[in-house]
Write a protein that binds this ligand. Structure first.
Ligand SMILES: *[C@@H]1O[C@H](CO)[C@@H](O)[C@H](O)[C@H]1NC(C)=O
Ligand SMILES: *[C@@H]1O[C@H](CO)[C@@H](O)[C@H](O)[C@H]1NC(C)=O
Ligand SMILES: *[C@@H]1O[C@H](CO)[C@@H](O)[C@H](O)[C@H]1NC(C)=O
Ligand SMILES: *[C@@H]1O[C@H](CO)[C@@H](O)[C@H](O)[C@H]1NC(C)=O
Ligand SMILES: *[C@@H]1O[C@H](CO)[C@@H](O)[C@H](O)[C@H]1NC(C)=O
Length: 382
């Protein structure tokens, strides 16, 4: 059994409103079977990604095919915050009616393994803010051939979605392919044909051309050198880096110089940060009697004036010992003032005690390299 963190949390953002997660649940799940690569790619494989945009860039998804013969209509989010592959199937029927579904009855290599339980998500995707653990998918553990580009994995273990909460049916993709930091799952097996790493170019919709490269780095997508930072020793399956401090609009404070273990999650749209216990030190925290979104989307431990521009730089240490910043520009964080109190701004930072997650709002400003072989992450500014 492998404890998996269901972190492919898809923040709800529409009309400049973001919902906070209530809890993130640990889920015991079955470890994947040993699968075999039928064709090992000598060259890296690039998957073009489509941006799911609802007021902001929410998710990037690309093609994945399953079965014999391969069913080519499926798309998945490539999610570094989860481990396994889950895909909508005909078992789900009308609950997944808006999504392309894998039809196991039409695959000669399909094997049904058994009930895979349910995953509860603290937040889903779509128009409604999600409060509580009310987003669920029910799963069936199965095995079949899975292909990403011309990488074909036989006897891959994955899950069919056999039921889901209505909110998920808005998704324009069929499922999620986890890309956790370990060598056993489908995604990592795919990258084992060459260097065991993958790279992400998660561009804003206005830029386009987003892509995932498995087993390589597309050097045409950035200028300058990649800066690499080593993953902490004995790191778990999450992609994390330690950050000694954070700068807000170029300034730091004692609250912001607390060491954070920051999770990088391509399946999270925005940013999650711990809530300061002192409202006065929050970034743009609601201070008046107006009604914020519930739970409030704002809160970040920083003392700044409640004006909209909020540029956040998260400091890290490179492998050569030099400090470097990864910066989320103001355009990602400020979604304008509250309707009923123009002196207070809403941010796309989700307040979340005890967890720091950098998602799409940061990743789309960098080319990122997720290097399993060398236990490090690389970043280059676009
Ligand atoms: C994804 O698959 C669809 C359906 O087979 C195909 O039309 C489309 O061109 C593919 N997209 C990419 C980027 O490969
Ligand atoms: C991916 O996108 C690039 C750039 O738009 C295009 O040249 C290429 O043909 C696409 N690949 C696939 C498989 O669709
Ligand atoms: C099932 O597979 C056959 C090819 O073996 C194909 O002609 C048919 O369209 C498929 N049906 C579905 C529903 O995918
Ligand atoms: C699917 O989920 C819905 C909502 O959670 C539930 O009401 C329904 O009974 C489930 N259906 C099946 C077949 O499990
Ligand atoms: C990181 O950003 C802060 C605030 O803008 C700046 O003072 C510091 O010099 C930056 N560090 C590096 C290594 O660029």
């Amino acid at each position: 059994m492998l404890p998996l963190l269901a972190l492919c949390l898809l923040s709800d953002v529409i009309g400049g409103q973001a919902a906070s997660p209530a809890t993130i649940q640990l889920q015991g799940r079955v470890a994947p079977h040993a699968a075999t690569l039928r064709r090992r790619a000598q060259n890296p494989v690039t998957v073009n990604l489509t941006d799911y945009f609802l007021g902001t860039d929410l998710q990037w998804f690309g093609n994945l095919s399953i079965g014999t013969p391969l069913q080519n209509t499926l798309t998945v989010v490539f999610d570094t915050g989860s481990s396994s592959l889950e895909v909508a199937s005909t078992l789900c029927g009308s609950a997944c009616s808006n999504q392309a579904q894998f039809d196991p009855s039409n695959s000669s290599t399909f094997i049904d393994i058994g009930d895979g339980g349910t995953i509860t998500f603290a937040t889903g995707i779509g128009v409604d803010p999600v409060v509580g653990n009310n987003y669920q998918i029910a799963l069936e553990g199965v095995s079949d051939t899975v292909a990403i580009g011309d990488l074909i994995l036989e006897d891959a273990f994955f899950y069919l979605i056999k039921n889901q909460t209505a909110g998920f049916s808005l998704d324009p993709f069929s499922g999620i392919q986890g890309a956790f930091l370990h060598r056993l799952h489908t995604f990592t097996a795919h990258s084992s044909g060459s260097t065991v790493l993958f790279s992400m170019y998660l561009t804003p919709l206005s830029v386009g051309g987003a892509e995932l490269t498995i087993g390589g780095i597309d050097t045409t997508k950035f200028r300058g050198d990649l800066i690499y930072a080593a993953l902490p020793a004995n790191t778990g399956p999450l992609w994390t880096l330690d950050s000694p401090q954070i700068f807000v609009n170029g300034k730091t404070s004692s609250t912001l110089t607390t060491k954070l273990n920051v999770i990088f999650d391509s399946g999270t749209s925005n940013v999650y940060a711990p809530v300061s216990s002192k409202p006065s030190t929050r970034l743009s925290a609601p201070t008046s009697s107006h009604t914020p979104l519930n739970p409030a989307p704002t809160a970040f431990p920083a003392r700044v004036s409640p004006t909209c521009p909020q540029r956040i730089s998260v400091a890290f240490t490179a492998q050569d010992g030099q400090p470097f910043n990864l910066t989320i520009p103001s355009s990602e964080l400020s979604v304008g003032p509250f309707e009923d109190d123009s002196s207070v701004c809403q941010t796309l930072i989700n307040a979340f005690d005890g967890l720091s997650v950098l998602g799409g709002s940061l990743l789309k400003h960098y080319y990122s390299v997720w290097d399993i072989e060398n236990q490090r992450m690389g970043f280059a500014a676009l």
